[in-house]
Design a protein around this ligand. Structure first.
Ligand code: ADP
Ligand code: TYD
Length: 217
């Protein structure tokens, strides 16, 4: 049985942890492991991801799997819209949960847009297109799991039957560089930690926990 969370009433606003990294870096695994640790300690938490499963998110999935064709600028705009709905949706939006004191963990947030879409367009444009989201809610910490594109590709090949549009090695090389560029560009505004993702799942989870637990002490 899931433990009852006790921490909510002590917090004004919930913490918000955004996991970032190239495809196959181990984000979803670490989101799951962190959510588990928080729950075990009685801390209310909600794990979520982008693209979401909203109508906008499902349109994005159909584009990524090649079922619908459109321009890259349209895709970037859809991700920005999906993110705003992810934040503001009255039924299950992140903002309501944060305001009620729940800790939220998301598998990807706006740094994913900065890194992926600036392969095709200027990073400044992408940052501007996501200005509403960054004004509404910045992550307490952006947790970047860093693996080389080679390691990421191996993991993807081992575990998936098909590769989606974005999972090409040359693209991942550029995306990783773009992440670093975005972290430098926004170092004054954003809290970013970079974790070596080439370690075992448990070692990575321990490193992440050392950082995260400070926000609950
Ligand atoms: P992402 O969400 O970043 O795409 P996943 O968490 O789905 O990555 O991990 C991709 C694959 O690699 C999965 O099959 C997962 O089991 C495996 N994996 C995750 N973390 C590690 C790790 N630290 N070492 C080796 N394999 C891992
Ligand atoms: P998905 O298979 O859901 O996630 P992952 O590979 O992280 O397990 O694919 C999400 C893809 O969407 C991934 O290739 C990154 C891309 N993406 C963007 O291009 N822009 C964005 O803003 C976000 C959130 C994701």
């Amino acid at each position: 049985m899931e433990k009852v969370c006790k921490e909510r009433e002590h917090l004004k606003r919930g913490n918000f942890f955004a996991f970032e990294g190239i495809d196959g870096s181990g984000k979803s695994t670490q989101v799951r492991m962190l959510a588990e640790r928080l729950k075990q300690r009685g801390i209310c938490c909600y794990a979520t991801m982008e693209p979401t499963d909203s109508p906008i998110g499902s349109l994005i999935h159909q584009i990524m799997t090649g079922r619908i064709k459109t321009d890259n600028r349209v895709i970037a705009g859809l991700f920005a819209a999906d993110r705003l709905d992810h934040l503001l949706n009255e039924v299950d939006g992140i903002l309501n949960r944060i305001n009620e004191g729940t800790a939220v963990i998301t598998d990807r947030y706006y740094f994913s847009s900065y890194a992926y879409h600036s392969v095709d367009m200027s990073m400044e444009w992408v940052i501007k297109a996501n200005e509403q989201s960054s004004a509404i809610l910045r992550p307490t910490v952006n947790i970047f799991i860093d693996v080389t594109p080679e390691v990421a590709m191996e993991r993807i090949a081992r575990n998936r039957f098909h590769q989606e549009l974005f999972e090409k090695k040359s693209r991942l090389v550029k995306v990783r560089e773009n992440y670093m560029k975005a972290f430098r560009l926004l170092e004054k505004e954003e809290k970013v930690v970079i974790i070596d993702g080439n370690q075992s799942q448990e070692q990575i989870a321990d490193e992440i926990w050392k950082i995260v637990k400070e926000y609950f002490e």
